[in-house]
Structures are given as C-alpha cells and as structure tokens.
Ligand binder design. Structure first.
Ligand code: ADP
Length: 299
C-alpha cells in the first residue's frame, strides 16, 4: 500500500456552505486519514497482511499516525520528511455528503516516498498486490508500480484525485478503481451529465486501456469491466451517515480479497459490504469495518 497519510479535522454541519457563505457547525472531531492510510487500515481490518509506505513530518501528527498504523497491525514504511505531516479539512453535511480540502505537506515529498517504496518492494513477489492512489507524486507511484511488476506483483491504482494519465502510464496498472467523476475525467469524456450512460461509455474507453476497471457508483453500487464483460454489482441498501472514506474502504477491502485469491466476482461484493458499513459511521480510517462485520453483512 503506497500513499498519503493525513491528520484529518472533520466538521459536521447541516449542509456544505456555498462560496462566501458562513454557517455554524454542529460538531468537530479529528483523527487519522489520507487515502493511502485509510486504504491500508481498511485492508488490514478486512484481513490482509498489509504494509503502508508513505511520508510524514517530524512532528506530533506524524508520531500519532505511526501509532495508528502499529495499533492497526499495519507494517509502517514511513519516511520522515522535512515537510509537515499532511492535513485534511473535511466538511460533512447532515445528508452524508462531504467536501474536503487537503494540505499535502510530507505527502508531496516524492523522493522520500520513492526511497521507502524501493525498500518495501524488495521482498515483493507474485501473489502480492500493490495499491496506490494519486494523493502522492505520480512519479513515486509509477516507480513503485514498475518495480512491483518486475517482481511479478499485481498493481492496483485508485486514480483519485483524478489527473490525466498516458497510455504508457496506464500500462503499468493491472486493476484501475475510479468513482464516476474520476472515470469521466480519466477517459477524457465530457463531464456534462454524470448520467449512467456517460459513465458506462467512459468506463468502456478506460477498459480498452487497462485490463480491469472497477467504477464505484456511490449508493448505486459498482460497475466492473474485465475480459470484455461488464457487470453491475449493487450496493447494500443502508442509510449513509458520513460517506468519507467509502471509496477508500472499498479499495482496501477489494485488494484484501484479491490478495487472498478471490475472483473479482467475489471481491467486489465483499468490498461493497465493507463500504456500506463504512458509510454508516463517522470518520475516515476509523470507519473501516472488521472482517467479522463484513462477513455478517454478506451472509
Ligand atoms: P468515493 O467515496 O470514492 O466517491 P463512491 O461514492 O462511489 O466512492 O462509493 C464507494 C463505494 O461505497 C460504492 O461503490 C458503494 O459500494 C459504497 N457506498 C457509497 N455510498 C453508499 C450508500 N449511500 N449506501 C451504500 N453503499 C454506499
């Protein structure tokens, strides 16, 4: 697992304010976050032996994140950067919607992350999966994927936040996971009308460039394109309280089952169950469910 680790401050409010607007919050809390760390915690909680590679600052927040990884049973390949630990400000509305601003800090230290990834990947081999997102410099991700593929490991990219990727860059990706907005962005399709048909078209374009594409569709579930076939997997009908880290929980849980040897047809429903449990709780990394809870929902 390679990616960002943040100290999150999460604020609850009746709705997300518009530009220039001030509204009163109904609560505030802080805790661990960052797409990379969230996904590592979700993978470990859903049963995978997990190593997290990233960078934090030489500060209290960095120490706290190191402590979280130890508590969660995640092996930490954390480089200590001269930059401060990353921070995110999360606004959560009463209907579960969110808006997030991230200050990258140490997560932008590509050299530190690349060096840490090289040593963590030295022992990787076939059967291992390497999952990354795009909250850390792209070069660090691509260099880790190159070395993972040389060792026969499988690479999984959660292309979030989205940014343009060339065919050569996508060729390093075995499994691509995107939400519907990222799917449209990455495929270069017009973002007008985030309707199902536009997303399905964009997903097909991506599937021509990457072997396996999984598009998460929020409460509508997920769309899987693999070996020329498209399958729709429904979400679990639950009431969302806080959708923060839903996608991260989905990615971590999916990779955990793929690492255990499950086919996509079993791993995607498992990931959907994990994400459905996550959206019923507040917080980022803290809202990832444990294996027994996921199995219970799947029964
Ligand atoms: P992201 O958080 O990256 O935008 P999505 O919103 O697509 O990702 O959510 C990821 C996954 O979380 C979905 O595929 C689904 O399985 C689950 N999920 C999200 N919102 C809900 C919801 N309201 N009810 C049930 N499951 C949900």
């Amino acid at each position: 697992m390679l990616g960002s680790a943040n100290h999150d401050t999460s604020v609850s409010m009746p709705r997300i304010p518009g530009p220039g607007e001030t509204i009163l919050a109904t609560g505030a809390a802080s805790g661990p976050g960052g797409k990379g760390l969230n996904q590592a915690v979700a993978a470990a909680r859903s049963g995978a032996s997990t190593t997290f590679v990233g960078a934090v600052g030489d500060d209290e927040a960095g120490e706290r994140l190191r402590g979280v990884l130890i508590e969660e049973g995640v092996r930490a390949g954390l480089s200590v950067s001269e930059r401060p630990t990353g921070t995110a400000f999360v606004m959560v509305a009463d209907d579960g919607e969110n808006a997030i601003v991230v200050v990258a800090g140490a997560n932008g230290d590509g050299a530190a992350i690349t060096a840490e990834a090289a040593s963590a990947l030295a022992s990787a081999g076939s059967g291992d999966l390497v999952l990354a997102q795009l909250e850390v410099p792209l070069d660090a991700v691509l260099s880790a994927f190159r070395s993972a593929k040389e060792r026969g490991a499988t690479t999984v990219l959660n292309a979030a936040p989205s940014r343009p990727l060339s065919d050569d860059q996508l060729a390093l990706v075995d499994v691509l996971i995107v939400n519907q907005h990222e799917c449209l962005d990455l495929a270069g399709a017009p973002v007008e009308g985030v309707g199902g048909a536009a997303v399905a078209d964009a997903a097909r374009l991506l599937a021509a460039r990457v072997g396996t594409v999984v598009v998460t569709l929020g409460s509508e579930g997920a769309l899987v394109l693999s070996a020329g076939e498209a399958t729709r997997i429904p979400a679990f009908p639950v009431t969302a309280v806080d959708t923060t880290a839903a996608g991260d929980t989905f990615c971590g849980a999916l990779v955990s089952r793929l690492a255990a040897g499950d086919p996509l047809a079993a791993a995607v429903p498992f990931a959907s169950a994990a994400a459905a449990l996550c959206v019923q709780r507040s917080g980022a990394a803290a809202s990832a469910p444990r294996l027994d809870e996921i199995m219970e929902l799947l029964e």
